[in-house]
Design a binder for this molecule. Structure first.
Ligand SMILES: Cc1cc2nc3c(=O)[nH]c(=O)nc-3n(C[C@H](O)[C@H](O)[C@H](O)COP(=O)(O)O)c2cc1C
Length: 194
């Protein structure tokens, strides 16, 4: 019997592992715009995340030119309030270089366990989204910066804080510089039990 199918399986496993390993948080992007079609495809894939009770607790807010400009202005305001105008301007200019902006929210629940599980699912969905973009040659940065906790950002995006909370602001685009990363050895993080 030929062992070709097994070899093929190994190859696809290695490819998958390498995709997961090589996805990096990127802070510097090229100006090259990203097609909305590609982002909608990534969101279509993202929603296949594991999800207890199939609550589908996620919502994706894809920002356009006006909402990005308003968000950049808001970053300037927030950082100026917390630090000073110089840092505020620097942070705003930095944010303005990010080509794509996606805000991912989770539906609120009165049940603590449901809330935890829903949040976990949204995190898995964001990882799916990031991996899909990575495979497509793009990169992203998941941010939980100050703006994601500011009521003015919710108002700007039309998000009802009674109903949803922001899990991440995801900046995406074609990477200019891709950093390297490290992880601890597997032996350090695994406990094997009988
Ligand atoms: C929930 C969450 C929130 C994060 N928030 C930020 C953030 O606010 N600012 C930032 O620079 N990176 C943020 N990151 C990205 C991490 O810093 C990044 O994943 C980490 O440095 C490892 O790099 P890697 O993603 O390339 O493996 C966040 C990541 C996660 C999962």
């Amino acid at each position: 019997m030929s062992d070709a199918p097994v070899q093929q399986f190994d190859k696809s496993l290695q490819r998958l592992a390498e995709r997961i390993r090589s996805r990096r948080t990127v802070k510097l992007f090229l100006k090259q715009p990203v097609s909305t079609k590609l982002i909608l495809e990534a969101i279509e894939v993202a929603r296949w995340a594991p999800n207890h009770h199939l609550t589908e607790p996620w919502h994706f807010y894809l920002l356009g030119r006006q909402s990005i400009a308003a968000s950049v202005d808001l970053i300037r305001v927030i950082v100026t309030e917390r630090k000073d105008a110089k840092v505020g301007e620097f942070k705003a200019q930095d944010a303005a270089t990010r080509p794509g902006w996606l805000v991912v929210t989770c539906r609120k629940s009165d049940d603590a366990l449901r809330q935890q599980e829903d949040y976990a699912s949204v995190c898995c969905a964001i990882q799916n989204f990031s991996l899909y973009l990575s495979e497509a040659g793009l990169a992203s940065k998941w941010s939980t910066g100050e703006i994601t906790r500011d009521q003015r950002f919710y108002d700007l995006l039309g998000i009802d804080t009674e109903q949803e909370f922001i899990v991440g602001l995801i900046w995406y685009g074609y990477p200019k510089i891709t950093p390297t990363q490290q992880r601890r050895e597997v032996a350090e993080i695994v406990t094997e039990l009988d």
